[in-house]
Design a protein around this ligand. Structure first.
Ligand code: FES
Length: 176
């Protein structure tokens, strides 16, 4: 069963040391917890973070449930989030989403039976000038306009190591 292991606690300690108080470190601490819990910020994970930071559990739960980047439900090894907001919609996000749904035989909001892929529609990912934006865990793919680009991403993901977590590689920016 996942837990906040020593490595995760050390990361949170380091984060806390860079903030004026523990509460201010809550968002990145939750991110660490999600990683430690294999990509899902369960209620147990939220409670562990609350206790570790000496914060009320209800307050931590309120934060965790507000932000969509915290996965309250289990996601597949690769969590694909395709922005369908205005800029990305104009550049064909819907067609790309439908293509991914067809390729993975799921609809947005579902996880493939083998647990490898979860597909979600996302609101603005903050990369409007490079629409269409697709986030896979911690990696951004921008300027995705064609089904061929999507196929390339899916092929790469299928060959990715089995041990990566759904948010591994945080901060990567990729082009295809
Ligand atoms: S509208 Fe897609 S990233 Fe902003």
């Amino acid at each position: 069963m996942p837990t906040l292991n020593d490595s995760a606690r050390a990361q949170i300690d380091d984060i806390v040391s860079r903030y004026p108080n523990k509460k201010a470190a809550l968002l990145p601490a939750l991110w660490v917890a999600q990683e430690a819990y294999n990509g899902q910020l369960t209620r147990e994970a939220q409670a562990e973070v609350a206790d570790y930071l000496d914060l009320p559990r209800a307050e931590v739960e309120g934060v965790a449930t507000y932000y969509t980047m915290y996965n309250k439900e289990a996601v597949g090894k690769h969590h694909i989030e395709v922005c369908h907001n205005v800029s990305c919609m104009i550049f064909g996000a819907d067609a790309l989403i439908h293509h991914i749904e067809h390729e993975l035989d799921i609809v947005a909001g579902e996880t493939t039976a083998d647990g490898v892929f979860t597909l979600n529609r996302a609101e603005c990912l903050g990369a409007c000038c490079n629409a269409v934006a697709i986030q896979v865990g911690g990696t951004y793919f921008e300027n995705v306009r064609t089904k061929e680009q999507v196929d390339k991403i899916l092929t790469e993901l299928r060959m990715a190591p089995a041990d990566i977590t759904p948010q591994a590689g945080l901060g990567n920016l990729r082009t295809v």
